[in-house]
Design a protein around this ligand. Structure first.
Ligand code: SAM
Ligand code: SF4
Length: 336
């Protein structure tokens, strides 16, 4: 389907969203310090959560009526959602068939990778910030490194290539180990991307002056590897700046959401686990689709409401602006 600004999810700045991130739960079995507090976070109540059928219905509206061609399931931790395999299977059966991927912390992936692959899952991004057991425990507050590494290996064995790894660096915790993480990924044929830490943690602990910047990551990696920028012209709306490592073919990516924002090329839209459309990670406004859905709206009405929701998308996230305010929902509840 060709997406025109009339039929697709166009905003007032000429961007058209075709990449939908769907949060399947706000719950998680880790407590990464840059994302969640140790305890005290309120969970969405069960009746507020979209059912599996409701998720598939909204995804289907996005794919068949709004030109969305990429679906990424995320959370919280999406592997905690019992109906995940069925949701993936029904999504990959849609026509036109969207690309379907998963962002996960990898815990439980070893058990589910084959079934997810059989359901049509195309790709997986696994979050892994360190390969050191003690540092992993310090960052995630849980002793689950071996489960994550097993999940990565299972995804690779199941043929979900390329297996991507997402890493966030925290000063004084794992920043100095970035080269060792890259070497591990090179050795295991995983594609590593570093993500700059963003102000999206529930406890509002982000500090611009202490976050590790893309420039620092590059400098640190360049001490041990030869990094060469790949053609920027092929980047398109992809957020990662990509570099070949030691002449290639392996690459490493850096997602500089804070220091080099890519809002002008953004093609994303998000759906929370409780059925709210968010036009940006940093949006302070959401549009409720669940109420209309449960009141019996038909697909055309849902599509129209979704299009309207996108019109208010701001040109940029404004993190550098002194008046920037963090969104009320943390990353774990928005869907990263
Ligand atoms: N639980 C899954 C996981 O960790 O991959 C999916 C949800 S998680 C919110 C999605 C991604 O957001 C992860 O790669 C995580 O590292 C990243 N993330 C979480 N909080 C972040 C923050 N404050 N800044 C940058 N990335 C963050
Ligand atoms: Fe859980 Fe992912 Fe947040 Fe870590 S980043 S606490 S794994 S939702």
């Amino acid at each position: 389907m060709t997406t025109t600004p009339q039929s697709g999810l166009a905003d007032n700045y000429g961007r058209v969203a075709t990449d939908l991130r769907v949060s399947l739960t706000d719950r998680c079995n880790l407590r990464c310090t840059y994302c969640m507090p140790e305890e005290g976070l309120d969970w969405l109540a069960k009746p507020e959560l979209l059912t599996d059928d409701e998720i598939v219905r909204l995804v289907s509206v996005a794919v068949t009526r709004l030109g969305v061609d990429e679906i990424r399931f995320t959370g919280g931790e999406p592997l905690l959602r019992r109906g995940l395999v069925g949701i993936v299977e029904r999504t990959t059966s849609l026509q036109p068939r969207p690309q379907v991927s998963l962002t996960t912390n990898g815990i439980g992936l070893a058990r589910q990778a084959e079934a997810l692959r059989a359901a049509g899952l195309d790709r997986v991004n696994v979050s892994l910030d360190t390969i050191r057991q003690d540092t992993f425990q310090q960052l995630t507050r849980r002793d689950r490194l071996n489960d994550v590494l097993a999940g990565l290996a299972a995804a690779h064995a199941a043929g979900m290539a390329p297996v991507k790894v997402n890493a966030v660096l925290m000063r004084g915790v794992n920043d100095e180990h970035a080269p060792e993480l890259l070497q591990y990924c090179l050795d295991h044929d995983y594609e590593l991307r570093f993500i700059e830490q963003m102000p999206l943690d529930a406890q509002h602990g982000w500090d611009r002056s202490t976050m590790i910047t893309a420039d620092e990551i590059l400098a640190r990696l360049s001490e041990q590897f030869t990094l060469t920028p790949t053609d920027a012209a092929t980047r398109g709306s992809a957020p990662a700046e990509s570099f070949t490592v030691n002449g290639g073919p392996a690459t490493v990516g850096i997602i500089a959401s804070v220091t080099r924002p890519f809002c002008g090329d953004c093609d994303r839209v998000r759906l929370t686990a409780d059925g709210q459309v968010r036009d940006c990670l940093f949006a302070r406004k959401e549009s409720d689709l669940r109420t209309a859905l449960r009141a019996g709206a038909d697909d055309d009405e849902l599509a129209a409401a979704w299009r309207t929701a996108m019109r208010g998308k701001l040109p940029g996230h404004g993190i550098a602006d002194p008046s920037f305010l963090q969104p009320v929902r943390p990353m774990s509840a928005i869907g990263g």
